[in-house]
Design a binder for this molecule. Structure first.
Ligand SMILES: [Zn+2]
Length: 91
């Protein structure tokens, strides 16, 4: 059963599911230095620490890795002033 607008616990009493209203959502994706927006994951994930994700430009074939898994959604919360908030720390 799904409870709407209610905080609830999952399994134990330490992790609590919460809801927050979002003002805007941005889809963050990669573009290539060749100008192409057709950059896709190769499916290759290097089990280094941190994990590296591999991407290829479908236009020029350039391959690069990133610590970030693209595309991802970036949220701007309603109760925040103009401050874009990353879901997790990405550097
Ligand atoms: Zn390219």
């Amino acid at each position: 059963m799904i409870q709407i607008n209610a905080s609830r616990t999952i399994n134990e009493n330490h992790l609590i599911e919460n809801r927050r209203k979002v003002k805007s959502i941005h889809n963050v994706f990669l573009t290539c230095s060749c100008g192409s927006q057709r950059v896709e994951p190769t499916g290759m994930v290097y089990t280094t620490y941190p994990v590296l994700y591999e991407y290829i430009c479908m236009e020029c074939g350039k391959v690069e890795t990133s610590r970030v898994s693209y595309p991802y959604l970036d949220y701007e919360y309603e109760d925040e002033d103009d401050e874009s908030t990353k879901e997790t720390d990405r550097s």
